[in-house]
Design a protein around this ligand. Sequence first.
Ligand code: NDP
Length: 294
Amino acid sequence: MQASRSLRMVTGKTRIVAVWGYPVGHSRSPAMHNAALAELGLDWVYVPFEVSPQQLETALRAIPALGILGVNLTVPLKELAVPLVDDLDPAASMIGSINTVVNKQGRLRGLSTDGPGFLWDLERKHIEPDGWTVLIWGAGGSAKAVAFALVARGCRVMIANRTADRARALARALGECADWVDWGSERYEEAVRSARLLVNTTSLGMIPAHADEMPPVPPGTLRSGQIVYDLVYAPAQTRLIREARAARCRAFNGLGMLVCQGALSLSEWSGLPLSGIPIETMMRAASDSLRDTV
Ligand code: NDP
């Protein structure tokens, strides 16, 4: 596999885009972004940096000095960066999280492409969720991004989270289109049964210690006609996806969202329209990078 990867020449003119996280070694973003940059013929390179929460402000301040064009932020930096950028996108301000920083002539603009990336991936799958009833498992950063994006599309959103207080707080922040439910309660069973789209934003299924775990699904509640979307993309088939398919639901993992949010970031940095971003190449590269590590 290694030999088939083309090495790109870094010159004195090469510009840098990056992903920062802590840790960052697991990130698939370098594979998919460098594949896109090569196809676009841009003399840019996309590199991972391990940036600790304590070093985040110093690192952000160095972006203009180093001439870095932009960065993606991943766990645990997305929320910490919000007060540190110069200009904050209104949607990012609402969810309190940014995954993309753009260097605009020395001013740092922060935005989140997670919610739009999720919606775009649904669109690519020919799913138009406008006005649907949606159950979201989880109440962390990605739950907020997905929930606000869905509410903006007229969905009625039900939040279910292990820690009920966080579910309640997110539902309150979302406004009257949202409610929360205690997982395990009778109302919860009804919420699973009646949702047209069910989205797992918890890390259940991802962490090796929880690889075979999933949010609670009462027996007989899933059925054909429902769509289950698991934000987890490694492993590609979580237990939730397997069980949803066994119940004849359509079920997807989070690889498409990962690629779509990355494509949106690349469009922001480059100024290229989305139609100019080689999304299929990014999809292939992300998917290959997952296979390489299995
Ligand atoms: P956060 O840390 O912000 O939130 C984690 C969520 O998972 C919380 O709701 C937490 O519940 C829940 N959780 C964690 N462990 C458990 C457990 N053992 N049992 C039940 N619930 C649990 O993380 P993010 O929202 O940033 O990310 C969540 C997942 O989404 C990750 O797997 C991440 O990889 C994935 N993701 C995928 C993206 C994509 O592009 N496909 C984009 C962003 C994220 P509690 O409040 O009770 O702690």
